[in-house]
Structures are given as C-alpha cells and as structure tokens.
Design a protein around this ligand. Structure first.
Ligand code: ZN
Length: 286
C-alpha cells in the first residue's frame, strides 16, 4: 500500500510538471479504487448533453471503402488443419469484439447483450465481456496520475430511438417536414442501431479535470495529458481511438478524441500501430 501511494504521488507530481504525458509504468497496481467516483455535479449530467456532441455525424459514408487497401489474409498452405481450425475458432471467438457498427452496418432492432455496470459509476453499463478491460484501463490511468472520467458507455437501441425521435421533433417544431427533420436530426444524433454505443463496446472517456471545465465533449480534449496517456496505452487494454482525425471520410464521423472502442488486444494493437480504422481493419481481415 505504501508503495502504491508513493507511486501515485510521484506520478501525480510528474503529471502536473513539465511532462506532457503520464507515467507509463502503471503495471504495479490496478486494484480497485473507490476514488473513481466523481464528486463533480456536472459529471452526473451525463447523457443530457450527449446528443449535442455525441453526434456520430453521418456524412461521407459513401466514401467509406475508398482508399483502403483490399489485401485479404489468405490462409497459409503450411498451416496444419488443426492450426487453421484453431485460428478460425479464435477469429470466431473475437468476432463479437470487432463487429462493425456504422450507418451502413446497423444493429438489428432486437439487438441485446449482457451488460454490467462499470465500477465507480452508478449507471455506466458496458458489455460484460469487456468491462474488466475498461475498468483496468481507467484504474491504471489514475494510478499513472491521469484521472479519467467515463462520460457515456452502453446505450440501448431503444434509448437511441428515443434520443433520435426527440431531436427529430425539435426540428419538426421548427417547421421542417418529417423527412427533412430526420435528416437534420441525423447530423446530431446517430440513427437507432447505428451508434457504437448501442453495441456496448464504446466508451466516451475524457480527463476528469478537463471535463469539470467543459459543458460538452469537444476536440480540445486532445490537448491534455490524459488524451496522451490514452493514445499511448489504450491498445494495451484492447481499445482503439475509433474516430481519428483525418479519417472522417472513412468512418463518416467527425474526429472524436474521447470515443474509444473495445476491439480486443490483437486488433487494437494492429489498428493503433498502423493508424487505421475499424472499417479498414475489417476490410483487410475479411
Ligand atoms: Zn461516443
């Protein structure tokens, strides 16, 4: 315990000093930390502000496949049948983690998964198969002196439908015909089933300190040590920055430095190392 406290103190000191990032040595402790709970009142105001920024804006989807290489993995002839079968089974096992969800690949109406609440929060459900990885990442970041805050996690398709309907209604009230109102709403709120949050594997994560001074999620979160830490370490926990800068024409979504997606460690390592998107990864591994 004493050792842990020392490490935390040291990393806090470093984090507030000249270093841009946080300490990378966070392996010493990822034990449960009750201090993840935020005391800020603003942070309890989670979903209300989301529609404004969690836009999942859908422009340029038709360009989605442009520019990505189409190399596909051909199974090696040297691979034994059992190895090939094992590899196929492994791929099958991880398919849930790399499932592509976007406007062109919506989830079915009746999509459901088993979720658990993320520790330290009252209402942040996440896919039960990936919740440990998320909790570990949040705890390790804090140990490294970069306290993160989970703004949003799983949101059901039903809830997405309500958010979308509410936004659409606001445009109808302004005088737009229904169809046009829906188009306008889609600029702000993803259509039901097309948001990664409906999948249960997406997490909007920012710096707790930064968020206490911001009403909305904005791209200037990228100028924080917490973002640096996430960039450097998210793949170690199986997460990727899902909507990177410069890939808007591929993802169809504006740059979101706060939106992280669990894809599993292998896929995350490749995606982050190559600076590609899940769309491109999926195509490469098709
Ligand atoms: Zn998000």
């Amino acid at each position: 315990m004493r050792k842990k406290l020392f490490a935390v103190t040291l990393s806090l000191a470093l984090c507030t000093g000249l270093l841009a990032g946080c300490m990378s040595d966070s392996s010493s402790s990822s034990s449960s930390s009750s201090s993840m709970q935020s005391s800020s009142t603003m942070m309890d105001d989670v979903e209300s502000g989301m529609s404004k920024v969690e836009s999942d804006i859908q422009s340029g989807m038709s360009d989605m496949m442009d520019g990505s290489s189409s190399t596909s993995h051909s199974s090696s002839s040297e691979m034994s049948t059992s190895k090939a079968a094992a590899a196929a089974a492994a791929l099958e096992d991880s398919a849930w983690a790399t499932r592509l969800v976007n406007e062109a690949n919506p989830l079915p109406e009746d999509f459901s998964i088993k979720t658990v609440m993320i520790e330290g929060y009252e209402n942040r459900p996440f896919d039960a198969r990936a919740a440990d990885a998320l909790e570990e990442m949040l705890a390790d970041a804090e140990t490294a002196g970069c306290k993160l805050y989970l703004v949003s996690a799983y949101r059901s398709v039903e809830r997405q439908r309500n958010l979308f309907a509410r936004k659409t209604q606001s445009f109808v009230n302004e005088g737009f015909p229904q169809e046009e109102a829906e188009k306008q709403a889609a600029q702000w709120v993803a259509r039901p089933g097309t948001s990664e949050h409906n999948l249960g594997l997406a997490a909007d994560i920012v710096s707790a300190n930064w968020y206490s001074n911001h009403d909305d999620l904005t791209a200037d979160f990228e100028n924080t040590p917490e973002f640096e830490w996430l960039q450097a370490h998210c793949a170690e926990y199986g997460f990727i920055l899902r909507y990177p800068k410069g890939k808007e024409s591929v993802t169809g979504i504006t740059y979101e430095p706060w939106h992280y997606r669990y894809v599993g460690k292998d896929a995350a390592a490749q995606i982050m190392a190559e600076g590609i998107t899940l769309e491109e990864y999926t195509q490469q591994n098709a």
